[in-house]
Design a protein around this ligand. Structure first.
Ligand code: BG6
Length: 482
């Protein structure tokens, strides 16, 4: 009488990417400079740098990335070969509005995405489009200091309007902002908020210390997101528009009530604040308390409460890579990892980049999120960043990646059996691409290998890893054979 573990029919299997990490063509066909285009490459131990003026002879990984701009047909053919039902990609805002505040969109930029969507359609692959994935036109940073300025809301909504009208018959699934909850955390101010941070330009420490500014910028993104949702539904009532959260799963290190409470507070503030606003349409009580206790006064316009209420998302999506622990004791050892800085869990192993591997944490997170919102969920990022070795015959035996994904997929099955309405899965970097945290190529997530190294050298040739054939079979059997 045990429960059968299986995926529903029509489950959306696919993969995920972001324009600034894989598209390249950074100054082609009228594209303007984006915030991502002024960030240099780094490594696991050296931080990336933000250079408002481009430096000669320096590697800026977004400029060429893996050149999807010129390889999109080949890449989409490979996704189709794996059997993708859905492909998560983002649109480079500065390809459509080079400065962000331009009067007219850039037609050549729009035509590029016309071609990409037509290619996906050829293979019946449903696009899932992130409207802003860790980038904005750099001009908006220079002139307005990014999202700290309310005028950016209108520029964003105008950009959405152009996308929704242009692609209303070819794109159904949209996400307003990638990992919106990162904006107030370390390096989020620039990556997600397009605001110039304090410090010496090192991305790893690039914060805006004034929480007033950070939360005000976040409020502007909430308003922008809600307006986009409302507008999208007016343009096409069948659009499904979602939020996207970097879900940072944190366990209490001990059963001490101080640790239990702290873990709950972290879950609330780091994860649920944003999705409560985007899913339920209002700031939760714990956020209001945090603002009061920290002397943060969000400047709201009269209509803001209604805007938030009218712009609730249709589904909830998130990234999940690892988990950490929290403790009220300040002397506990921290683990690395760019987003989920927390404490070491003695029961878990970590990746070469110190991200703790915790498949069961995904089941826990899925249940935790679903219990709160009861709307469809999608895991739109998950995966293992690892160094791959190319054998003499060109083959790549990435069993470690297969193991990681297999274990996470097993836990998704469990969560579905627990009653979670999970509708899709797009593992991150389905084709090798630039790491957001370190700017490296060496930290690979893909099923498809791309010949390019950390210095930016290589032929850009694509090849299939062992995981390519494995994932193809996973999709073919709807997750039965792992
Ligand atoms: C997510 C981002 O946080 O993590 C992606 O949405 C990013 O853009 C991914 O690439 C993995 O992080 P990293 O640093 O390994 O590239």
């Amino acid at each position: 009488n045990t429960t059968k573990l299986e995926f529903p029919q029509g489950f959306l299997w696919g993969g995920a990417t972001a324009a600034n990490q894989f598209e390249g063509g950074y100054n082609e066909a009228g594209k303007g400079l984006s915030t991502a285009d002024v960030i240099t490459a780094g490594t696991h131990t050296t931080s990336r740098r933000i250079t408002p003026i481009l430096e000669e002879g320096v590697n800026y990984p977004s400029h060429e990335a893996i050149d999807f701009f010129h390889h999109y047909q080949e890449d989409i053919r490979l996704f189709a070969e794996m059997g993708f039902k859905v492909f998560r990609m983002s649109i480079a805002w500065s390809r459509i509005f080079p400065n962000g505040d331009d009067a007219e969109p850039n037609e050549q930029g729009l035509q590029f995405y016309d071609r990409v969507f037509a290619e996906l359609k050829k293979y019946n692959i449903e696009p899932l489009v992130t409207i802003s994935h860790y980038e904005a036109p750099f001009h908006l940073t220079q002139k307005y200091n990014g999202w700290s300025d309310r005028r950016v809301v209108d520029f964003y909504v105008r950009y959405c309007e152009v996308l929704f009208n242009r692609y209303k018959d070819v794109v159904k699934y949209w996400l307003t902002f990638n990992e919106i909850n990162i904006l107030t955390l370390s390096f989020g101010a620039f990556m997600a908020g397009a605001m110039m941070p304090e410090g010496n330009g090192e991305l790893a420490h690039a914060t805006v210390k004034d929480e007033q500014v950070l939360y005000q910028a976040l409020h502007h993104q909430f308003i922008a997101s809600a307006k986009a949702v409302k507008l999208g539904h007016e343009i096409n009532k069948d659009f499904k528009i979602g939020c996207m959260i970097a879900y940072m799963c944190s366990y209490p290190l001990t059963c001490h009530p101080d640790d239990i409470l702290l873990a709950q507070q972290k879950d609330n503030l780091s994860n649920f604040l944003c999705s409560d606003v985007q899913v339920r349409g209002a700031y939760p009580g714990f956020a209001k308390r945090y603002f009061r206790d920290h002397n943060i006064q969000i400047k709201m316009q009269e209509e803001d409460e209604d805007i938030l209420k009218e712009g609730c998302v249709d589904f909830y999506t998130f990234s999940y890579y690892s988990s950490t622990c929290v403790s009220a004791d300040p002397n506990q050892e921290k683990v690395g990892g760019n987003l989920s800085m927390g404490l070491k869990n003695p029961h878990l192993k970590a990746s070469a980049w110190d991200w703790q591997i915790d498949p069961q944490g995904l089941r826990w997170s899925l249940n935790n999120i679903y219990n709160r919102y009861e709307i469809p969920l999608m895991v739109v990022e998950n995966g293992l960043g690892a160094v791959d070795t190319v054998e003499e015959d060109g083959s790549i035996h990435d069993d470690y990646r297969i193991d990681y994904l297999k274990q996470h997929i097993e836990q998704m099955k469990e969560a579905i059996a627990d009653g979670v309405d999970l509708i899709g899965y797009t593992p991150w970097g389905c084709i090798d691409l630039v790491s957001a945290g370190t700017g490296e190529m060496k930290k690979r997530y893909g099923f498809i290998y791309v010949d390019k190294d950390n210095e930016g050298k290589g032929t850009l040739a694509r090849s299939r890893k062992k995981s390519f054939y494995w994932y193809k079979n996973v999709i073919e059997t709807n997750g039965e054979q792992l």
